[in-house]
Design a protein around this ligand. Structure first.
Ligand SMILES: NC(=O)c1ccc[n+]([C@@H]2O[C@H](COP(=O)([O-])OP(=O)(O)OC[C@H]3O[C@@H](n4cnc5c(N)ncnc54)[C@H](OP(=O)(O)O)[C@@H]3O)[C@@H](O)[C@H]2O)c1
Length: 285
């Protein structure tokens, strides 16, 4: 390569085949950030590569095969980033991890197997934990770094039939909050981005409990779908979330939580409404 690495940030981001990950990886590279973009499906790597080349940022964006369910993938990719960017670290570049990959299983407790809960946690919680664990020793040695976790409104509040997804995001919140205070002394900032609905492939990728149409809880599934349709009306674009992430990266001391869109409103309502009222309200769902 004929250019000198002069970028200030080196980002590893997961789940870049669509939605927030796709938009963020491209936006960051367009702003001169060195990006390693994780995709779990090999056949989608070419698509991101082509898009980056088309935008003239192929030299900054490197797609890497990364399934966050695989600890072997995580070790391999983190090692690659650390070794390949040795010169950038020497020059003072800041390492950034963005845990974005995720999906949602929709199901009532009685309709979901333990395997479903475990699978949900493997991708949305244990994947991010393993990535953080792999990269933190380098951040600590460098005395700098940022970890940005894609949580959700469902990481702050929950409704029926989302217990698997919401608990995986609540777990991510608790993990990140503790870690924030553990790592601040090393100048490593942990932040949570908490979007409301975003127009991505997320809804197409929802995984419903197999029997949801005949389930005892089918009325609750229907209400969840109604709510999803209504909330789509106020959904944000992946580009909006990408811009927020870029802003967080550039902040000297980013905050712990970034509630976005309707998350703010829902959080505030939850805080001020009496619990008995919320119980009554929940009967609507
Ligand atoms: N969209 C929303 O309404 C919304 C709201 C709040 C929070 N979020 C959060 O935002 C994040 C991004 O979601 P999105 O809206 O951009 O949805 P999306 O378009 O469905 O993108 C999700 C990405 O995660 C990847 N992924 C799923 N499982 C993976 C695994 N095991 N290993 C690696 N990659 C994996 C998907 O890859 P494949 O193409 O291979 O499936 C895809 O690239 C998620 O953590 C989600 O929970 C989304």
């Amino acid at each position: 390569m004929g250019y000198l690495p002069d970028y200030r940030y080196v980002v590893l981001i997961t789940g870049c085949s669509s939605g927030i990950g796709f938009a963020t990886s491209l936006l960051l590279a367009e702003n001169g950030v060195r990006v390693f973009a994780g995709l779990r499906q090999r056949e989608k790597i070419g698509m991101l590569d082509e898009e980056a080349a088309k935008r003239g940022i192929g030299h900054l964006l490197t797609p890497v095969e990364l399934n966050v369910d695989s600890h072997a993938d995580i070790e391999r990719v983190v090692r690659l980033v650390i070794e390949r960017e040795e010169k950038a670290w020497e020059r003072g570049a800041e390492p950034i991890l963005i845990n974005n990959a995720g999906f949602a299983i929709i199901g009532a407790l009685e309709d979901l197997s333990m395997e479903a809960y475990e699978r949900q946690f493997r991708t949305n919680f244990f994947g991010p934990v393993a990535l953080v664990k792999a990269i933190v020793p380098t951040m600590r040695q460098l005395r700098r770094g940022k970890i940005i976790q894609l949580s959700s409104a469902f990481g702050r509040l929950a409704i029926p039939v989302v217990s698997a997804y919401a608990s995986s995001k609540f777990a991510l919140e608790g993990f990140s909050e503790s870690l924030r205070y553990e790592l601040l002394r090393y100048n490593i900032y942990v932040s949570l981005v908490e979007p409301g609905p975003v127009l991505s492939n997320f809804v197409d990728n929802l995984e419903y409990a197999q029997n949801h149409e005949s389930s005892l809880y089918r009325e609750q599934y229907r209400k969840y779908q109604d709510l999803a349709e209504i909330s789509a009306l106020v959904a944000q674009s992946p580009a909006e979330i990408a811009h927020l992430i870029w802003k967080i990266i550039q902040e000297k001391t980013p905050r712990l939580r970034y509630p976005v869109g309707i998350t703010n409103l829902a959080e505030n309502l939850k805080r001020v409404l009496p619990e008995t009222f919320i119980d009554e309200l929940s009967r609507l769902f």
